[in-house]
Ligand binder design. Structure first.
Ligand code: HEM
Length: 143
């Protein structure tokens, strides 16, 4: 698959200066649609978490032309998510909330091509993160 780098960059540029609004909407959408993931964030400072999430989106878009760097970072991120209690089944939930957030924030800019570009990009990001994650039973059973 080839990612539509130019469309990802240009569409992200219209939300890049709205990080707080974006992540507030994203978590509200995620918890409304999938209340079962809320307990994973029980001890989380959501304001800081929002900034970190947004920074990782910025990093991803900024490194679409440097896939070695991007893949390395995303694998590490995926590795850390095992410890946060995140399971593979949670990735499509986050993807759905993320796409709905883009749709709401981009308005008329959310064209079918932009939707396709972000659907593809999230699929690749989730796949690479999961490649960095070890979900074998002995890992999950650790205290
Ligand atoms: C594209 C996918 C995702 C991205 C870019 C992302 C990004 C991040 C970032 C940057 C952090 C900060 C800590 C760190 O860097 O290790 C984080 C923490 C976290 N993420 Fe994600 N994440 C993704 C998917 C998910 C999914 C699918 C879930 C499950 C609902 C999830 C739940 C969490 C939790 C529970 C934390 C820890 C919060 C804490 O420190 O208390 N993330 N995520």
């Amino acid at each position: 698959m080839t990612l539509n780098v130019e469309l990802l960059e240009s569409s992200f540029a219209s939300v890049a200066n709205q990080g707080t609004e974006f992540t507030t909407k994203f978590y509200a959408q995620l918890f409304a649609d999938y209340p079962e993931v809320q307990p994973l964030f029980a001890g989380t400072q959501m304001e800081k978490q929002g900034m970190q999430l947004f920074q990782s989106l910025v990093f991803t878009v900024n490194n679409l032309r440097d896939l070695d760097t991007l893949v390395k970072a995303l694998k590490g991120l995926g590795t850390r998510h095992v410890k946060y209690g995140v399971l593979p089944k949670h990735y499509p939930m986050v993807g759905s909330a993320l796409l709905k957030t883009f749709e709401a924030k981009l308005g008329n800019g959310w064209t079918p091509d932009v939707q396709q570009a972000w659907t593809d990009a999230y699929g690749v990001v989730a796949q690479v993160m999961l490649e960095g994650a070890d979900y074998s039973p002995e890992i999950l059973n650790l205290p």
